[in-house]
Design a protein around this ligand. Structure first.
Ligand code: PHE
Length: 462
């Protein structure tokens, strides 16, 4: 399989997979989900899901990929379970849907980079009008997708790895800088206590399933991403430690994004954080005026660097999203890589148009669906986020069933032990077996059923 290319090193894989994980999910989506979910209680549930439920699933995905060295769809057939390739196909579908909404937010971010460059700090207050300019945003989205396509066309280690290795640390440094500054703002304490001091009376079913959906989205799970990446991982690599490093990095960046954003939200709302706008506009509405407060030069410098690096973080995630359907077309349908990239990119751009125009421009897509009988209608982009969550959670549920009961625990464990002989008989082995066989399928299955009943049928059992 050497013609498919491989990651050049373990660090290369961790960097690329973390590059996939760390993105808009951590910095754009995580803070508004925390805000909607009542703060610290959401955070605690989220972190638990990431380590107890998602990490074992990620390990399983990587193991399947590395064992088979194949794309997400043929991997299952290669293991002797052709029917399960539906799971790979679900992942491919989720990647396509995911990228179609992702590039729209990335386009906002890129647009904000340009606005910050010219010192237009009032853009935060004009956010709702800004995103209605669909020609401009669509154009930025096209640029973003074209760069993504270019990187993917370069192949696995040429593009993904190099880009991730340089840009991820830069983003981290900037996040830490802005977070430190945010902590010095008036009322920062209220923001931090909203974020870190839990009020468990806040926990309701929607918080639990959005936290899980967010964990999956942020870790790029249940979408065959890690199967695809795993297929390029060397047999000498330690899957357990790589997956742990990826999870830790991802959770760490999201956590930092919260430390950055909640003091700012509290500062702008004079300390009253409850009921603050927790929609997809949160970071775009709140950050610009904080950059302004840094003074004209610093504001332009830090503001533009922030949105540029955010766009880059989105790029490394988008690369992984596009890689999934492209690897599938190349491996299974023998399409030339460049052609596969071009076809997919055009298709995804078109698919994203309803998300693009559903932010005030087209009232049909802005008020796309009404869940239950009350409340305001949901826009198309948010509807896609929810739908994608359900596909990802279903993917994760099936992966755990597949790993534990079809491919089987012992095969799974054998593959995890390749490159990590000490794994055999270790505590980690027992724990992962337990999680994959019982905890993951039961908890995921239950939450999935409750989510679907609650969100789509308005039936709340808990
Ligand atoms: N994890 C990415 C983020 O947090 C998004 C993503 C989801 C990328 C699924 C790949 C697959 O932004």
């Amino acid at each position: 399989m050497s013609s498919r290319g491989n990651f050049s090193s373990k660090i290369g894989f961790i960097a690329a997979a973390s590059g996939s994980a760390v993105g808009l999910g951590n910095i754009w989506r995580f803070p508004f989900e925390v805000a909607n979910g009542g703060g610290a209680a959401f955070l605690i549930i989220y972190i638990n899901f990431c380590f107890l439920l998602c990490l074992p699933l990620m390990i399983t995905e990587i193991a399947i990929g590395r064992k088979t060295q194949r794309d997400a769809s043929s991997a299952f057939a290669h293991l002797g379970f052709p029917k399960w390739s539906i799971l790979g196909k679900m992942g491919i579908l989720a990647s396509i849907i995911g990228l179609s909404l992702y590039y729209v937010i990335a386009a906002w971010s890129f647009g904000y980079f340009l606005e910050m460059l010219i010192g237009n700090f009032s853009i935060g207050a004009q956010f709702n009008d800004y995103i209605k300019d669909v020609i401009k945003i669509g154009f930025y989205g096209l640029i973003f997708l074209s760069i993504t396509a270019f990187i993917v066309s370069k192949g696995i280690s040429g593009g993904v790895e190099k880009a991730s290795k340089i840009l991820m640390p830069a983003l981290l440094v900037l996040l830490i800088f802005i977070a430190c500054y945010a902590l010095t703002l008036p009322n920062a304490f209220q923001g931090i206590s909203f974020y870190l001091v839990p009020d468990f009376s806040e926990i309701k079913l929607p918080i639990i399933y959005t936290a899980l959906g967010q964990a999956f989205f942020s870790l790029s799970l249940g979408m065959a991403i890690h199967i695809t990446f795993g297929s390029f991982v060397s047999k000498n690599d330690n899957i357990l430690s790589s997956a742990s490093a990826i999870t830790l990095t991802d959770v760490g960046v999201a956590f930092l994004a919260g430390i950055m954003i909640f003091p700012i939200v509290a500062y702008q709302s004079s300390g009253v954080i409850e009921g603050v706008n927790g929609g997809p506009g949160l970071i775009f509405q709140t950050l610009p005026s904080v950059f302004e407060s840094l003074g004209p030069w610093m504001g332009v410098l830090i503001g533009s660097c922030f949105f540029l690096l955010l766009t880059f973080a989105a790029l490394t995630s988008a690369v992984s999203l596009l890689e999934v359907p492209v690897t599938y077309l190349v491996d299974q349908h023998k399409v030339r890589r460049n052609l596969a990239v071009i076809l997919m990119t055009i298709f995804i751009f078109l698919l994203g148009i309803p998300s693009l125009i559903g932010n005030g421009y087209s009232s049909f897509f802005t008020n796309f669906i009404q869940y239950g009988s009350e409340g305001t209608p949901t826009d198309f982009l948010t509807f896609l986020i929810h739908t994608n969550d359900v596909i990802m959670l279903s993917g994760g549920f099936l992966i755990s069933i597949f790993g534990a009961y079809k491919w089987g625990k012992s095969n799974l464990n054998n593959e995890i032990a390749v490159g990590n002989p000490a794994y055999k008989g270790s505590k980690a082995e027992k724990l992962i077996k337990l999680m994959i066989s019982y905890f993951c399928p039961i908890v995921l299955g239950l939450i999935l059923i409750l989510t679907i009943l609650d969100r789509y049928f308005g039936i709340t059992l808990v």
